[in-house]
Design a protein around this ligand. Structure first.
Ligand SMILES: Nc1nc2c(ncn2[C@@H]2O[C@H](COP(=O)(O)OP(=O)(O)O)[C@@H](O)[C@H]2O)c(=O)[nH]1
Ligand SMILES: [Mg+2]
Ligand SMILES: [Zn+2]
Length: 294
């Protein structure tokens, strides 16, 4: 029977088979790891228990990694929404890493700037995002708290017929947006936590909420480290949209775009066309990609 993984906790997964109650699903092989969003084949054991016997080919897989291992974020996504806020101050390092992870697998990204009602840092936040808007990332400024109806009207068409991952540092408003878009999200969240026995770990679990047949939202927990050790230099270059106009323009073909003579990226930074933060992030990510301890 075909099912979709909607949550997981250790080696214990919840699989949606379309009917009311998801099944408790366990991998057959010790080594298998599944991501929320994966389509699998189940064999029912007893009651609501099932074994996962096969994994369907993934259309996409988003993950982060440190030097030791990969951490699957979600599979079969068609879009990423990065949720930022005017307060607390959002990290451009986090935003850049999310854009890079998505860009490396050609996953479209939308940026949401939440909490526009907190006016003190609104203008500066929008200014920080203007650079990304100019790169072609759609930026939507909104307030989940004070304008829920407008937010629903704005986001609903953007997520329809998409499998969208909401990603962001904690406190930015992911759950608030989810609650606006998924009417029974809180009840569903409780059901999932109960079914997984992960009550204490609700904030560390990624969950998929199906809105209808071809629309779903995936809520992810905030996490501290967004490592991208798995990306190669050429994948990084591919994911940096602001580097694209300068491809092949550096003097040395193996240029690291730091301080080499004749670097077209360094020149663009000097002329104010690329921000120094983006050049620094590239250097950091390139360094990570070279630290392979496995
Ligand atoms: N002022 C203001 N607060 C908001 C807004 N959206 C969410 N919050 C608050 O920000 C905090 C974090 O929101 P939450 O949705 O839990 O963020 P998450 O950690 O990203 O899931 C909560 O106290 C929310 O009530 C907003 O538009 N304006
Ligand atoms: Mg949350
Ligand atoms: Zn260069």
């Amino acid at each position: 029977m075909r099912a979709q993984i909607i949550a997981g906790h250790g080696r214990h997964y919840l699989a949606d088979i379309g009917s009311a109650q998801p099944l408790q699903a366990y991998p057959r092989s010790k080594r298998s790891e599944y991501a929320v969003g994966d389509w699998v084949q189940l064999e029912r054991a007893s009651g609501d228990q099932a074994s996962i016997v096969a994994l369907e080919e993934r259309q996409s897989l988003l993950y982060r990694s440190d030097a030791y291992r990969q951490k699957l974020l979600a599979a079969n996504l068609t879009q990423l929404i990065v949720v930022l806020a005017t307060e607390p101050h959002f990290s451009e390092d986090f935003l850049g890493r999310a854009l890079t992870a998505a860009g490396a697998i050609d996953l479209p990204v939308q940026i949401v700037l939440n909490k526009t009602d907190l006016a003190t840092h609104l203008a500066s936040s929008q200014q920080r995002l203007a650079y990304y808007a100019a790169l072609g990332y759609p930026v939507h400024a909104l307030s989940a708290k004070t304008e829920p109806a407008q937010v629903r009207d704005l986001l609903q068409p953007l997520i329809t017929r998409h499998i969208t991952l909401l990603i962001g540092q904690s406190g930015m408003g992911k759950s608030s947006l989810l609650n606006l878009l998924v009417p029974d999200a809180q009840a569903l969240t409780r059901e999932i936590s109960t079914a997984l026995g992960s009550g204490k770990h609700t904030t560390t679990t990624t969950r998929l909420y199906r809105l209808n047949g071809d629309t779903a939202l995936v809520d992810s927990p905030g996490f501290q480290e967004f490592g991208l050790h798995h990306l190669s230099k050429s994948q990084l270059e591919h994911a940096f949209a602001d580097f694209t106009p300068y491809r092949g323009a550096c003097k040395f073909h193996n240029c690291r775009h730091a301080s080499e003579p004749g670097c077209a990226i360094a020149q663009a930074v000097k002329e104010g066309r690329i921000t120094p933060q983006r050049q620094q992030l590239f250097g950091l990510l390139l360094h990570e990609s070279e630290v392979q301890l496995t």
